[in-house]
Design a protein. Structure first.
Length: 223
């Protein structure tokens, strides 16, 4: 039997998507192993969820600057920031240390250019049917508010390969949700999250089973 696919999960927020993957793995419904979690904030709820599951965590903050009380401290902090490797380089250094097969963005809120070695090995999930309601600034409740403001009748979620821009990589899995007249951003978000919980494990499984071929912008899935 093929060993479980090795995942590294990147989080910035509460970690609900991470928790779904942890639960599915624990229940035997997803043949995967989360070998590490990388958080971009020390207050990310995903850290607590990973630690509760016994998963190693690394924190890679976008900025290491503080609020120094003197001009000398400010100068030292600015010098350190200039000499530190760029954020993306630090993130990928942390990723490589876990030796994953796939990288899963789970509420990761930063644009992260993908190195050549990880092309088509980095997944992201977006709470709409891309290419609708995607792009910079479109995440979380911003997406659901826009869906309602535009009067869309159908929305959903999209699992796609991450590339070097926001929400533009080849689409792997989509699930639909009907928009109801009485919906609020909260009620719509809750129903979209329900299908996200199905779509992300499905996409991971397809890749782990070697059933995915990328042809330009098209993703072909074999039986």
């Amino acid at each position: 039997m093929k060993p479980p696919v090795r995942l590294v999960v990147l989080v910035s927020g509460g970690g609900t998507t991470l928790q779904n993957l942890i639960d599915r793995i624990t229940e035997g419904r997803l043949m995967a192993q989360i070998v590490g979690v990388i958080a971009s904030r020390t207050d990310s709820g995903g850290i607590r969820r990973a630690e509760a599951a016994g998963i190693p965590v690394k924190v890679v903050e976008r900025s290491s600057s503080h609020s120094p009380s003197s001009s000398r401290q400010t100068e030292t902090a600015e010098s350190a920031a200039r000499s530190a490797p760029p954020f993306a380089d630090r993130v990928w250094k942390a990723v490589r240390e876990f030796e994953p097969e796939l990288v899963v963005l789970a509420g990761w809120l930063h644009l992260l250019p993908v190195p050549g070695e990880f092309k088509h090995r980095v997944l992201n999930i977006h709470p709409s049917l891309l290419p609708a309601f995607g792009g910079k600034g479109m995440y979380g409740h911003h997406v659901h508010e826009a869906v309602l403001e535009h009067g869309a009748k159908v929305t959903g979620c999209t699992v796609h390969f991450a590339d070097d821009t926001y929400d533009t990589g080849p689409i792997l899995v989509q699930r639909c949700v009907l928009v109801q007249d009485q919906d609020t951003p909260d009620t719509l978000a809750a129903r979209v999250f329900q299908v996200e919980c199905e779509a992300y494990p499905e996409a991971i499984t397809l890749l782990a089973e070697g059933r995915v071929t990328v042809q330009g912008r098209r993703v072909v899935i074999t039986d």
